[in-house]
Design a protein around this ligand. Structure first.
Ligand SMILES: Nc1ncnc2c1ncn2[C@@H]1O[C@H](COP(=O)(O)OP(=O)(O)O)[C@@H](O)[C@H]1O
Ligand SMILES: CC(C)(COP(=O)(O)O)[C@@H](O)C(=O)NCCC(=O)O
Ligand SMILES: [K+]
Length: 252
């Protein structure tokens, strides 16, 4: 059994695969409580068949990384933290310092590039932060954007707007100006996120023509994929990137 983990700044997403079939999956918070939840799953799963390898994508701080590694080391024979590379097949990391591109972004790009058979595509991860990466023809990554995520945007208004609420941010968007504080904030934050994605799409299309793929992932990605035509939402693009590297024997 293989464990794949995507540790973001808000949540830790994981799945256990046996012969490349997902047999268990879950998402927990990145804190101690979340880890004990993950641990009980691992204990139950590992008692039947030991977990050979844990492959981790982490962009969390060192403390959270250590906590995760200490939990996993009890149940997994080997642990590997994936790192960002300069190249995957024809996909070329466009950062001037390639290693500084977040590994979650790199893995999501790998998964999108593979799923789209190497065609130009936009890769959006709407999590704690919203990231957008642009892959033009022949796998040339043009760089990308990092903006505040939807929860972060709306909660940043708490201090100036006493009645600001951050719950159900994207559940019931109307696409019109808000007539309450809550709606005005929700509508604004989602329009800002949408604006970034559409602007990136325009940029990529000017470069690579109209037929570019749009891959969206992340906890807040569903709403974006509903309003952007031809977008594909993939819940676990980062984990799919780990699988792609494993399948290609490129996980060092
Ligand atoms: N059960 C949940 N717990 C926390 N956040 C959630 C949940 N479901 C959706 N979200 C939304 O998803 C965002 C986190 O998305 P995620 O992709 O897990 O982020 P990250 O990879 O940065 O940890 C939160 O900011 C929140 O708006
Ligand atoms: C931009 C991010 C914080 C996004 O993380 P997330 O919101 O998904 O937890 C992460 O990809 C990261 O720490 N990147 C390093 C900086 C960069 O990619 O340029
Ligand atoms: K993420």
């Amino acid at each position: 059994m293989i464990l794949e983990v995507d540790q973001g700044n808000t949540r830790t997403k994981w799945r256990i695969k046996q012969s490349e079939v997902v047999i268990r999956q879950g998402a927990t918070s990145a804190c101690l409580k979340g880890m004990s939840e993950l641990e009980s799953f691992l204990k139950a799963a590992g008692e039947a068949t030991p977990i050979k390898l844990a492959c981790i994508s982490s962009v969390a701080n060192e403390d959270k990384k250590k906590l995760l590694a200490s939990v996993l080391s009890k149940w997994c024979k080997e642990i590997k933290f994936v790192s960002t590379q300069k190249k995957y097949r024809d996909l070329k990391n466009g950062y001037s310092h390639p290693e500084s591109l977040g590994v979650d972004r790199w893995l999501a790009m790998i998964a999108a590039f593979k799923a789209g058979c190497g065609k130009p595509c936009l890769v959006v991860d709407a999590g704690t932060a919203i990231t957008v990466d642009l892959i033009a023809d022949e796998g040339c990554h043009q760089g990308g954007y990092i903006g505040p995520g939807l929860s972060m945007m709306s909660s940043s208004l708490n201090t100036v707007t006493a009645s600001a609420q951050t719950n159900s941010l994207v559940d019931d968007l109307k696409g019109v100006p808000g007539r309450s504080t809550d709606d005005a904030i929700k509508e604004a934050c989602s329009e800002m996120a949408l604006g970034l994605v559409l602007k990136s799409l325009e940029y990529l299309r000017a470069f690579s023509g109209p037929n570019v793929g749009i891959f969206i992932t992340g906890g807040d990605g569903v709403f974006l994929s509903r309003v952007i035509s031809d977008a594909t939402y993939s819940k676990d693009l980062v984990l799919d990137g780990i699988s792609a590297l494993r399948e290609d024997g490129l996980l060092f």
